[in-house]
Design a protein around this ligand. Structure first.
Ligand code: NAP
Length: 287
């Protein structure tokens, strides 16, 4: 049972526009109950013009922390008193921590989420980091590349529809990144050890990701960060030809795990019950 609400109950939440589709309230409520933490976590849909008021208002109200989601991950940085190295590198935050003195600290747990999910799925990630092909150059690609570089990826290739965005991303992230045209995303798969889809293609309600995996070695791992549906067409195609596949639900869970630790000082367990709860569609997806 959740601890009953009283005058000591801490408030947390996710702020996005919209935010009603978010699975984060379910995840955090599960952990509040499991660890008997007197807190509640809500989803707040906040339009861009109200972002400043919402963040400063949350601080005035003594909110403990916020997750930040699309489209506010970059804009929220201007209201933070401290931005840690990860959020600075990614250029975006997904977690705000409000400390007792009223300071707002911004961090980004998406990079941890991407890598920890991979690590938990494959065990030793090193062999998969030789040649990584990243599809996409949006916010999720930024977090994935930051995590991959931190984990020691030897060579990263970005293929994105809008080439200028990949070029900007590669310049900002620095290091071992090459750029390919979107049309080259299949030829570049030869010798790849890991393919990650960070585009929104293949997500429920979005266009399909049309890609042939013929050139991809069977030993490569295929990772799709989309989690609705859990088994995307890309993952189904990869699994059918014998590649090891990793779904996106773990990224959501592990980024939440790290944020929870920042707020409550406990690294919560991602147990089988939580995984199974999250692999079912949410109520908002079923109605
Ligand atoms: P974003 O910043 O808007 O980037 C979207 C990316 O998709 C861009 O690279 C964009 O290419 C590409 N794209 C969109 N439509 C396309 C099309 N028709 N053809 C080719 N490329 C197309 O979004 P994001 O925040 O990075 O999120 C991307 C996906 O990751 C979403 O589906 C999101 O749900 C998922 N995600 C999952 C998690 C998780 O926890 N598992 C976390 C974050 C995000 P252009 O640059 O050419 O526009």
């Amino acid at each position: 049972m959740l601890k009953p609400i009283n005058g000591e109950t801490k408030l947390l939440g996710v702020l996005g526009y919209p935010a009603s589709h978010s699975r984060s309230p379910e995840i955090h409520q599960y952990w509040h109950e499991k660890y008997q933490i007197n807190a509640r976590y809500l989803a707040f849909s906040v339009a861009s013009e109200n972002l400043e008021q919402a963040i400063k208002g949350a601080r005035a109200l003594g909110v403990r922390g916020l997750n930040i989601t699309v489209p506010h991950k970059e804009a929220c940085l201007q209201y933070a008193d401290e931005i840690d190295a990860t959020a600075q590198k990614i250029g975006a935050a997904n977690t705000l921590i409000f400390d007792a003195s009223g300071k707002i600290k911004a961090t980004n747990t998406d990079a941890y989420g991407v890598i920890e999910n991979l690590h938990q799925a494959v065990g030793n990630i090193t062999p998969y980091l030789e040649k990584v092909v990243v599809l996409g150059a949006g916010g999720a690609a930024r977090a994935a590349i930051a995590g991959l570089q931190e984990a020691g990826a030897k060579h990263i290739i970005i293929a994105n529809r809008t080439k200028e965005k990949s070029e900007t991303l590669a310049r900002q992230m620095g290091g071992n990144i090459s750029i390919k045209n979107w049309q080259e995303k299949e030829t570049v798969l030869a010798d790849a050890t890991l393919l990650i889809n960070t585009t929104s293609l293949g997500m429920q309600g979005k266009s399909a990701l049309e890609i042939s995996l013929t050139n991809l070695p069977k030993t490569a791992c295929v990772y799709d960060i989309i989690y609705t549906p859990l088994m995307t067409d890309l993952l189904q195609q990869a699994q059918a030809r014998g590649n090891f596949v990793v779904t996106g639900i773990g990224m959501l869970l592990y980024q939440a795990q790290k944020a929870f630790e920042y707020w409550h000082g406990v690294l919560p367990e991602i147990d089988a019950t939580l995984k199974s709860q999250l692999s079912k569609p949410s109520r908002s997806e079923t109605v």
